[in-house]
Design a protein around this ligand. Structure first.
Ligand SMILES: O=C(O)CCC(=O)C(=O)O
Ligand SMILES: [Fe+2]
Length: 314
């Protein structure tokens, strides 16, 4: 028998103006973050720092970006899989995506903008810069709360310095049929933490530990925060990294944009000894994220159920 209420993600409110480490509000939000990430690996964060004008500019920018001719979009090439232009895949024909590496560095956003619009597009560039800046603040708040709540304060600096930011824009065309179609296949993220923001078209689904799919319906003010495999491994499995997918129906396009904190090349992801004991034996051998990604995109990596377990599971 199904439950009466459709399952929903936990919601955590980050809009308190004085949300500072050590304050009472901080302690209570930290507790909710930890609980949500243990149980679901994901939650909806309310964070009212994105003014309406910025919100509108983001979606206008995403439309302009994906409306560019394909050869222009293909100028965005990255050495790392899934960081440049991705699209025109027969398995996921509705999906297209464009990434900007090191999105916390304004010049990087400028240089990718200039690739697409050689005559410049300052409105696009400044919109994406301020969006990345606001969201990287949220990423750092959440990661600090996680580190503190697991008693790993002595690793805080190392952990915060272990990542870069990838900003990635996604478009999913409406399938324009009565059927629901796969926009993006089920997967776990491979990075540390993902923050997603989307227009009003629903489509993201997150799987619970019981195998139920939650349809995510964020408000205009909310972001979806999700744990990736790298953080799951670093924390020796203490937090869950959920499977999720995008399912599309109807005519309207879904636009989303994600800020992904991604381990730097050369940084070894190795669980702190404080998280390993008899009750919690080591789950994953130390690994490098770039090498893990190469495995994930190999034939074997695509075939196995969990690339993380197959790659470095103990
Ligand atoms: O579009 C979305 O909301 C989800 C995208 C996603 O799962 C991903 O890029 O890894
Ligand atoms: Fe994802």
């Amino acid at each position: 028998m199904g439950s009466l209420n459709p399952p929903a993600l936990p919601a955590v409110d980050f809009s308190e103006p004085n949300l500072k480490p050590g304050s009472q509000g901080w302690g209570s939000v930290k507790f909710q973050v930890r609980k949500a990430l243990e149980d679901y690996g994901c939650f909806e964060a309310t964070f009212n720092k994105i003014p309406i004008d910025l919100r509108k500019a983001i979606f206008k920018g995403l439309e302009e970006l994906f409306d560019l001719p394909l050869p222009t979009k293909l100028r965005n090439i990255s050495k790392k899989p899934f960081h440049g232009y991705v699209g025109q895949y027969p398995q996921v024909p509705l999906f297209e995506s464009l990434g900007i590496d090191d999105a916390n560095i304004p010049e990087k956003i400028d240089s990718v903008t200039n690739l697409f619009w050689p005559e410049g597009n300052p409105s696009f560039s400044t919109t994406m810069q301020s969006f990345a800046e606001q969201l990287s603040e949220l990423d750092q708040i959440v990661r600090r709360m996680i580190v503190e709540s697991l008693g790993l304060d002595k690793y805080l600096e190392e952990h915060m310095n272990s990542t870069n930011y990838l900003l990635r824009a996604m478009k999913y065309k409406g399938p324009k049929t009565t059927e629901t179609e796969v926009g993006l296949s089920s997967h776990t993220d491979k990075n540390m933490v993902t923050i997603l923001y989307q227009n009003q078209v629903v489509g993201l689904e997150v799987e619970t530990k019981n195998g139920e799919w939650i349809t995510v319906k964020p408000s205009e003010d909310s972001f979806i925060i999700m744990i990736g495999d790298s953080l799951n491994a670093w924390l020796n499995g203490r937090l869950h990294s959920p499977y999720h997918r995008v399912m599309m129906s109807g005519n309207e396009a879904r636009y989303s944009v994600g800020l992904f904190s991604v381990p730097k090349a050369g940084y070894t992801i190795k669980a702190p000894e404080e998280l390993i004991d008899e009750e919690h034996p080591l789950l994953f051998k130390p690994f490098d994220h770039v090498e893990f990604l190469s495995f994930y995109y190999s034939e074997e990596g695509q075939r196995v159920q969990s690339a993380l377990k197959a790659y470095c599971g103990v």
